[in-house]
Write a protein that binds this ligand. Sequence first.
Ligand code: ADP
Length: 167
Amino acid sequence: MPHSKIAIYPGSFDPITYGHLDIIQRSLKIFKHVIVAVARNSQKNALFDIDERVELIKSVLKDEPRVSVDTFTGLLIDYVASKQAHVIIRGLRAISDFEYEFQIAQMNSTIGHDIETLFMMTSVQYGYLSSSIVREVCSLGGTVDSFVPQEVKQAMQQKYQSKKSLL
Ligand code: ADP
């Protein structure tokens, strides 16, 4: 396997949280460039559409030239290969993440050539943090300032307000 300068960080990012940003910043200590790859798989319950998620990630990471943001459809390993990359980054929080991630990583290493999945443990303060929890707290009017950057918070609040006005 060639030495990797690029890593791919795939996910839903609906929306991006400080937990994701922590994994990205730590990955940049190891890799020269990180591509945040938003999966285009159909998600019926998504809060933000793909373009909105990409825009939010770009806006939050606008001062980080070593990160780019992209989307992908189909098999992740095909996308990784198309970028001439060899490393997939995934974050691990609870033991409950482990089984699913283990399965996917095994599958990807079986069908993918020369592709490694690198797992990064969550930082202690983000161990409980997930996009779905943040969405739930925000939808119920709770404070999300310690979970997501300001622009993400504002975008979420707008979404939930416009949803309410539709009811
Ligand atoms: P997916 O639907 O692919 O799990 P997510 O956007 O939920 O997409 O997560 C993308 C990646 O970021 C996953 O590897 C997930 O484990 C990781 N991640 C999410 N939140 C955190 C967090 N608080 N700490 C560490 N890793 C996290």
